[in-house]
Ligand binder design. Sequence first.
Ligand SMILES: Cc1ncc(COP(=O)(O)O)c(C=O)c1O
Length: 408
Amino acid sequence: MTSSNGAPDGFLAGCMDRLETPATIAMAQRARALKAKGEEVLSLALGEPDFPTPAGVIEAAHRAALDGQTKYPPVEGTPALKAAIIRKFARENGLTYEPAEVMVSNGGKQVIFNAFMATLNPGDEVIVPRPYWVSYPLIISLFGGIPVFVDCPEESGFRLDAAALEAAITPRTKWLVLNFPNNPTGATTTRADLEAIAEVLRRHPRVHVLSDEIYEHLVYDGQAHVSIAQVAPDLKSRVLTLNGVSKAYAMTGWRVGYVGGPAPLIRAMSGIQSSSTSGICSISQAASVAALDGPSGVVEVMRETYDRRRQMVVAALRQIPQLTCAMPLGAFYVYPGIAACIGRTSAGGRLLRTDEDFAIALLEEQHVAVVHGSAFGKGPYLRLSYATSDEILIESCARIATFVAGLT
Ligand SMILES: Cc1ncc(COP(=O)(O)O)c(C=O)c1O
């Protein structure tokens, strides 16, 4: 007997049943398969900056390699990078951390993995505002935790309502995940929202917060990003403030994420990392020091470009009669609603029962890759990443318009 992935029956651990391929990666794989057949596919499916890593960062990596920074680095991060992270938290978030309160991981994703592995017992609940980044529930479930979803409706800008949060808290709640600016909706949060959320958390002293602020630099229309640990300093000892260089500095391939939080939890997370990946690539850590300490103008140029594209894409999508499109205030995603398209048939004869049917038909018929909203827990929507060139964005929106115009 073999299981569905070809392994002998009973060989894979039970938790593997809960480990699905994230829809974002599945859609990118479909797009790659089409490309391999020689088709020209336009991809708005992946959340990856299209900019090159800043030259100064690459030079710092080169220097580090030549200087012999090629040995096993400390598990929790090099002293130089930890110092740069501490400066960054103080400068940009008004947060003071000691060296024992920060650590570096293999991307923000490993921070989440370490945190949940270190704390979740089977049946522990983690509140995840919905729509959510796909990896949260996957990682929570992997460790036997239960994701408890709280809806963030489009009518309220996909923001988290404090009363809805409180209604979801039970004696088993261990964590609340906050992710603003948000993937997939681009929603941001306000100081007032965070103050209301903090008020709820004060009434529930067992609940910790994983605040994923990886898109913090990408906010628009004159907003300023705020961290919950800054808004509510009394809660700082139960907040993990997660960040990384992937999105802000176009460094997805360097695999550096970092976190500030209470020392005992950081120690536990570091213990897990020690037994899994050890320290993070020494060259990438040197590069990340240059990124964090480097000129902020680099980030600002990218932010302005995303802002322009955001407005261009939303304007184009709003021209398409069957779509609704809220203006996102952060990150580099738009999340148009496609309710009016559901139940209709594409020009290629595909019945669109769900937003996933829509995304697959759009890819097959117009060669545009997007991710369906139900993969992020909320359909019928699509998530489009505008971290790609103007030409690709303009052509993709035109193809989406053609696809929708062809529905009967
Ligand atoms: C919301 C969010 N958090 C964390 C990450 C992790 O990024 P990385 O592991 O590259 O630091 C991503 C990447 O897509 C993300 O969208």
